[in-house]
Ligand binder design. Structure first.
Ligand code: SF4
Ligand code: SF4
Length: 342
């Protein structure tokens, strides 16, 4: 059973493979950040405070009470930090979409590490690299050996690499939800309240984005998909009813239907809906039931109107929709396995 500190609890935040938006979102709680500072001793937060990895390594195992870990696991450094913070933290939280489901970095799971490097260092229109210089994991320089992390073949979620206690979805998690989670943790730590069941999703709802959407839904019959800029959508009616692909039916509630409230379709950042592991399949299944045709050619034509299906259906959940066993065969693990079996 987890035993929590009686003195001021220790808090760590970390940023692995992500854009950093989750860390900025923590600052979005504004003056409440002072309450966080009053309630916790911050022991690691590279984006805001000058602690080093060796400071974390020097802590006792389990000495950190709460770690909010944002970012997916894309390289050996991310993996090391995930393992280190798992050991040092009593409560490890996958914080934000990248840690929970892979998010944008995991879209690269549709291709290989080699193809990614070819694009970035050779083929992209913005690349100027006539000598085809590629990152080397070790480079000898006069002062010693410079090392870069190993870039993995696949992007994993935090939970595919280490055990995770709780999940806080969102790209980024909304400020009111971040504060709700922190306030609940402070309450637990100060008043000894029981922890939520391990594995719980915190800072989100237990329904779908559609359930919090203010727009009016009718029986759907879609004969054409359109992009938001192609029509002037009725501001009161369901966007999907109007042919705009909206991930609301397949997405967990919690953001307050933020995007749809201002006229943009939900892109799915709160991750798979409750009781669903594969957000894309759930959405495809939802669409399959509303296509207004029984003719296979016509169905193909209608579905062909969805631009970038993979990026639409799996924008935030490609890694969590990938079997964990496959994701674990990442980077060198996978190469080693291939060598052993070839
Ligand atoms: S599909 Fe989108 S617009 Fe329609 S009800 Fe659901 S969240 Fe709202
Ligand atoms: S409406 Fe969808 S994409 Fe927008 S914040 Fe909410 S869950 Fe994320």
């Amino acid at each position: 059973m987890t035993t929590l500190a009686k003195t001021k609890p220790k808090l760590a935040l970390y940023w692995a493979a992500s854009c950093g938006g989750c860390e900025i979102a923590v600052h979005d709680i504004k003056e409440k950040i002072l309450d966080v500072d009053a309630a916790f001793e911050i022991v690691f937060w590279p984006v805001a405070v000058d602690f080093k990895v060796k400071d974390v390594e020097a802590l006792e195992d389990g000495e950190i009470d709460l770690c909010l870990f944002n970012g997916a696991i894309r390289n050996s450094d991310n993996e090391y930090m995930a393992g280190l913070l798992r050991r040092k933290a009593k409560i490890l939280v996958a914080f934000g979409s990248c840690a929970c489901d892979g998010c944008i970095p995991a879209l690269s799971n549709t291709t290989s590490r080699a193809a990614t490097f070819d694009w970035v260092y050779r083929d992209s229109p913005s690349t100027v690299n006539p000598d085809d210089v590629r990152p080397q994991e070790e480079t000898e320089v006069p002062v010693g050996t410079l090392r870069l992390p190993t870039f993995w073949e696949r992007v994993c979620t935090l939970g595919q690499v280490v055990d995770v206690d709780y999940f806080v979805p969102g790209c980024p998690p909304q400020a009111h939800q971040i504060w709700a989670v922190l306030e609940a943790v402070i309450d637990i730590l100060e008043h000894g309240k029981p922890l939520p069941p391990r594995g719980s999703v915190l800072g989100a709802g237990d329904r779908t984005c559609c359930d919090e959407c203010p727009r009016t839904r009718e029986e759907k019959k879609i004969s054409r998909f359109v992009r938001p800029h192609e029509i002037i959508a009725d501001p009161t009616k369901c966007l999907l009813d109007q042919g705009i692909v909206c991930m609301g039916p397949a997405t967990r509630s919690g953001c307050g239907a933020l995007c749809v409230s201002v006229g943009m379709p939900c892109r799915g950042c709160y991750g798979p809906a409750p009781n669903s592991k594969d957000q894309g399949t759930k959405m495809i299944s939802a669409l399959a039931s509303v296509i207004d045709s029984n003719d296979p050619d016509e169905i193909d034509r209608i579905l062909g109107g969805i631009v970038d299906p993979v990026g639409t259906f799996y924008r935030f959940s490609m890694a969590s929709a990938t079997p964990a066993g496959l994701s674990r065969l990442a980077g060198r693990d996978r190469e080693a396995l291939q060598e052993r079996t070839s």
